[in-house]
Design a binder for this molecule. Structure first.
Ligand code: MN
Ligand code: MN
Length: 448
């Protein structure tokens, strides 16, 4: 291949044996993060613990911080921001990465409980973009909090321990599927039990389940109305392939970018510029809400970091990577991709100048000056990366948090790991790509 021509490079042809080993080891930490962070709440808890172990302390608004100080903000236990204070004035700008820690799932509805056909069920409401048939006939865990009116909170996590029971959504048997319709959102009902009480006529199974829950958690049926319970796939992250080069897991999107954004920040000593990693909730449903990227808590934290410096100048000079996944080329579904503009497995993180749909609608179309400067930094630091779009034009599309960063006059581009089966209960990604995302974020923090 001539130097004049472009072709994405495969990590296994470029990386040393030592680096490939490093990638393997790095991914052991990532798998732990996945298995301990099935919900945004669990991710926040795990990430903050990891940061604390690395010398981070809770940020106090108004307190004076010095170069090398490491702080974090916990936003409602569902989003978190981590920062390492740099040597330079805030007016030189912040180097920011932002990944999201919410993933598609099934939320338990406010009045979820019913019984039918000798079984008790929970009604669910899907969260994010899912292909509904994929959520039937797989083991599900139930994770979340039940906030009670007396001010106490009950934490729920059932299905993750191998001795736990799991939950289940039924599917139609092929024998009776002649007139089968696609699975509808109202069909995603979770089986939660089947043993009736002896002494009641109506709602025998429902009552028995409520009695169990009352004994274990001290809750009644009304407490579901003030709960946040999420049904997520119970499966654990696992290596895939004879060569163990890939990882299948629930929630790669977007823990696969959030984890590198954080893990690389944890390795910083005293950076030139203040470096910030935002792990944010609500991306899958449009980034609205008090824990989403559009919330002022992110702006407010950056303003607090300005500490008397001119915040407008600080924002204008800041740079951000919207760290989110892209779709890797899938030969089985080649028709939805445009091969020349697709990302490929093992070729490093993908730089996506614009997302959106149709004629780039809704995209934060990044500035070429910015992308070129970043790519130059990545080249110098021997980062493997590729340029891509999501798929064929007019085939669909997607969005990220990039536009909400740009709204704050902060330069931003989407860069993330390209993966397969995005939004499925069990997604697939490459180990070298995950590791390279860590290196890319570190190069950005230290050199932009
Ligand atoms: Mn995403
Ligand atoms: Mn997504």
């Amino acid at each position: 291949m001539s130097e004049l021509m472009y072709s994405p490079k495969n990590a296994y042809e470029v990386l040393s044996a030592e680096e490939i080993n490093e990638a393997q080891e790095y991914c052991e930490g990532y798998k732990k993060f996945l298995n301990n962070g099935k919900t945004e709440r669990e991710c926040v808890k795990y990430a903050i613990n990891l940061a604390k172990e690395n010398g981070f302390v809770e940020f106090i608004d108004g307190k004076k911080y010095n170069a090398g100080d490491k702080v974090y903000v916990n936003q409602k236990n569902k989003s978190a921001i981590f920062a390492v204070i740099g040597k330079e004035s805030p007016e030189k700008g912040f180097n920011i990465t932002a990944g999201h820690i919410d993933s598609p799932r099934l939320d338990i509805r406010p009045n979820p409980l019913y019984e039918d056909g000798n079984m008790a069920y929970f009604k669910t409401h899907y969260y994010g973009g899912i292909r509904k048939y994929q959520w039937t006939a797989i083991p599900l865990s139930l994770i979340g909090v039940i906030c009670k009116k007396d001010g106490t909170t009950v934490e729920v996590n059932i299905g993750e321990d191998e001795n736990d029971p799991v939950f289940y959504i039924t599917d139609l048997l092929p024998h009776l599927a002649k007139d089968a319709k696609p699975i509808h959102a109202e069909d995603l009902n979770i089986v939660i039990g089947s043993i009736p009480e002896n002494d009641e006529k109506e709602g025998k199974i429902k009552n028995a389940i409520m009695k169990l829950l009352n004994e274990k958690y001290g809750i009644n049926e009304c407490d579901f109305q003030t709960a946040e319970l999420e049904a997520v796939p119970a499966a654990k992250a696992q290596d895939v392939g004879f060569d163990r080069s890939l990882i299948a897991s629930y929630g790669h999107d977007d823990r696969i970018c959030s984890y590198p954004a954080l893990s690389s920040l944890l390795t910083l000593d005293i950076p030139e510029k203040t470096c910030v990693a935002v792990l944010v909730d609500k991306e899958e449903i449009g980034s609205a809400g008090i824990t989403g990227m559009r919330s002022a808590f992110i702006t407010d934290f950056l303003l607090a970091l300005c500490d008397g410096s001119n915040a407008r100048i600080a924002f204008k000079n800041s740079a951000a990577i919207s760290a989110d996944v892209s779709a890797a080329f899938d030969p089985t579904f080649a028709g939805v991709y445009e091969k020349r503009n697709s990302a490929f497995i093992n070729c490093g993180p993908s730089i996506c100048k614009y997302t959106g749909h149709g004629g780039k609608a809704g995209a934060s179309d990044a500035c070429p000056e910015f992308i070129a400067k970043l790519a130059g930094i990545f080249d110098k630091n021997e980062i493997l990366y590729q340029f891509c779009e999501l798929g064929r034009i007019d085939q669909g599309g997607g969005g990220t948090v990039a536009q909400y960063i740009a709204d704050r006059n902060i330069e931003v581009v989407d860069i993330g790991v390209a993966m397969l089966s995005m939004h499925a209960p069990y997604e697939l990604a490459s180990k070298t790509d995950i590791y390279m995302m860590h290196k890319l974020c570190k190069a950005f923090y230290e050199n932009y």
